[in-house]
Design a protein around this ligand. Structure first.
Ligand code: NAP
Length: 320
């Protein structure tokens, strides 16, 4: 154990975690934010906005703002009020004894930190297709982040897999760089919102492969092609795409809490009474790890504020 018992530790540093940090810092609770650490292009501190292009619907930015720039502003604001932010991954949590134990960098011995309350804001991660080749080619032509990697695909023919808002947003962004962008979708209609669909259909650089799934990715050290299968005709085709972006949804990051906190059937953390309370007293959850419905930056930020106020009031009730 390296420090005294903290009032509050925030796990995660997306809009939810950093909003919770701003509010708890301004309440003089000296929050420690354990922000995570980069382990792949789809797993970075700062949450999904770090992997997003232009954010047009976050109130207060009439001209839009780039996701990473918005997250830097959240961070600066939290630090301005004294939040301590460490770049590390939580490897174990003990929510069964109070104060709670938090380990980083290992799971043995005494906890690295202890806290009277915990705010969980671990978000959600990109889903992958489950192909063996994905491990080999991620970062080598295969990506889950158009903002991070779009620049590398200038004047190339590339594809995006998925049919939701994320897929269309990524595809539209990528048309700024690539010669052509093909959206590969397993059905014949998009799930994306109407306004995104209209923009996509109007973009001359975008085309669609309907009723099509990706069976394999070609290339040893660099992506050289994408093997698709038409789910109706069974026809298999190899396309010479040199870039592929997977945008098929997300999974809540709840591995640390299995067996300790109540989860919903779909794996998201359960919160109670329209508040941020979890099944353990003193543990609060906010953002995409508990939101399977709205999943927006602004709702994540709002729920981070709720978790901070709930934690503050709980600490006060407990006499801290
Ligand atoms: P999503 O809405 O769940 O869409 C996932 C897409 O991937 C669907 O089209 C789905 O196909 C497809 N898919 C899922 N698993 C697949 C697999 N194994 N193989 C092939 N395709 C697969 O996820 P999302 O696009 O990430 O969006 C998540 C939420 O964030 C949504 O509520 C969305 O509106 C919101 N969002 C909004 C914006 C914006 O407003 N600018 C931007 C991004 C996201 P099916 O359609 O057949 O199920």
């Amino acid at each position: 154990m390296t420090d005294d018992v903290r009032n509050v530790i925030v796990v995660g540093s997306g809009p939810a975690g950093l909003t919770a940090a701003i509010y708890t810092a301004r309440a003089s609770l000296d929050p420690l934010v354990i922000e995570g650490e980069p382990s792949s292009t789809s797993d970075q501190p700062g949450g999904q906005l770090m992997l997003t292009t232009e954010v047009e619907n976050f109130p207060g930015f009439p001209e839009g703002i780039m996701g990473p720039e918005l997250m830097q502003s959240f961070r600066d604001q939290a630090e301005r009020f004294g939040a301590e932010i460490v770049t590390a991954k939580v490897t174990r949590l003990d929510l069964k004894t109070s104060p709670f134990g938090v380990w980083v960098g290992g799971t043995d011995g005494e906890p690295t930190h202890r806290a009277r309350s915990i705010i969980i804001a671990t978000g959600a991660s990109s889903l992958m297709l489950g192909l063996e080749a994905e491990r080999r080619l991620i970062g080598h032509g295969l990506s889950t982040c158009a903002t991070c990697d779009g620049f590398f695909f200038r004047d190339q023919d590339i594809c995006v897999v998925g049919g939701g808002d994320s897929a269309i947003e990524e595809a539209l962004f990528l048309t700024r760089f690539a010669s052509s962008v093909t959206v590969i979708h397993r059905r014949d209609t998009l799930r994306a919102s109407k306004i995104m669909q209209e923009r996509a259909f109007a973009n001359p650089k975008l085309s669609f492969l309907w009723n099509t799934v990706v069976d394999d990715l070609i290339g040893e050290e660099q992506l050289e092609g994408v093997v698709t299968r038409d789910v109706e005709s069974g026809e298999v085709t190899t396309h010479p795409f040199t870039g592929a972006f997977v945008a098929i949804g997300h999974r809540p990051n709840t591995d640390l809490f299995v067996g300790q906190l109540s989860l919903k059937d779909n794996g998201y953390l359960r919160t109670f009474d329209d508040r941020s309370h979890t099944s353990v007293d003193g543990v609060f959850a906010c953002g995409d790890v508990q939101d399977d419905w709205y999943r927006q930056a602004i709702t994540a930020a709002g729920s981070g504020c709720m978790a901070a106020i709930d934690a503050e009031r709980w600490l006060e009730r407990m006499g801290h």
